[in-house]
Design a protein around this ligand. Sequence first.
Ligand code: KG4
Ligand code: ZN
Length: 345
Amino acid sequence: MILGIETSCDDTSVAVLSLQGEVKALLSANQDTAHRPFGGVVPEVASRQHTETLLPLIDQTLNQARIEWPQVTGLAVTSRPGLIGSLLVGVVTAKALALARKIPFIGVNHIEGHLLAPLLKDETYSPPANFTFPYLGLAVSGGHTHLFLCEKPGRYHLLGRTVDDAAGEAFDKFAKMLKLGFPGGVEVDRLAIQGSPSAFSFPRALIHDDTLNFSFSGLKTAGLRAIESLSDPSQLEARKADLAASYQEAIVEVLVEKLKKAAHQTGLKSWTITGGVSANSGLRARASEVAQRAGATLALPPLRYCTDNAAMIALAGLYRLQNHESSRQDLSPSAHALATDWITP
Ligand code: KG4
Ligand code: ZN
């Protein structure tokens, strides 16, 4: 069994994975209540919460998987990218446990975890039958918007990425402007269902651009302008759903368009969308439609594997440990997203 640990941002998560990639237990402790009063993730609060939560959560996860420590043959931990204090808690814990238990451990890139999430298996989920390597992986979350050609475990070619904000960040900032609470993406999604996606005209940056890059900072500014144009509070209240629907539509359209373009360029028929934003109902519906029309297989993992979770980290670690890779005790976490050790140029 592999024990996975994820503490890169504001979720403490632990998973037990069999050597066949089946999730035996996955427990996550969400910190939303601690960060809500501040309207966003406070790094110091996040690290403190991880410190208090992680060890008891590891015990609970082993209990739930009904296994004892001697059955754990390897450890996988997110070592980058993320909040440095949060990453440190996971990495230091994994190192200490590896040393004490005399088992190998491996530092995992969080984005690699997101890209591999569709390959997880449990009692109610397994990847679609035709979904195989090589595949297109769109990882969209609060911290990243990256499009990859996933060739095989450990080999990923970056096709495009956001040049400024991540899609999730664009959702969260807009939710904050509309005073929808934290975390905002899911609130925009909920409100968008009641509004018209064509009520407001928002920019689709880089949509006709030759590259597979994304840009969302202009959209954020346009969102703010639209809100400011509705100066009367009752008028704003009445248009909130339309604003949310139109704003979401702009993000979804760009994401799906770039996925389509990447599919056209590469000829790949297996696609996946992962990361917190892949929970978005508009994105799921649109991408499914486009995949069906293109005769492609779209893997949309269940939400527990889309948002930050330790099962995807355990799977990335499992592949690497099976490939005889492991980390040394001097491994340091890094806040930076793209390291050359796992991205093929
Ligand atoms: O992958 P994740 O849990 O953490 C990061 O690595 O960032 O993603 C969190 C992001 C947040 O920006 C959140 O607002 C967004 O995913 N999100 C959504 C939805 N659910 C979560 N965005 C749009 N629609 C949703 N339903
Ligand atoms: Zn993430």
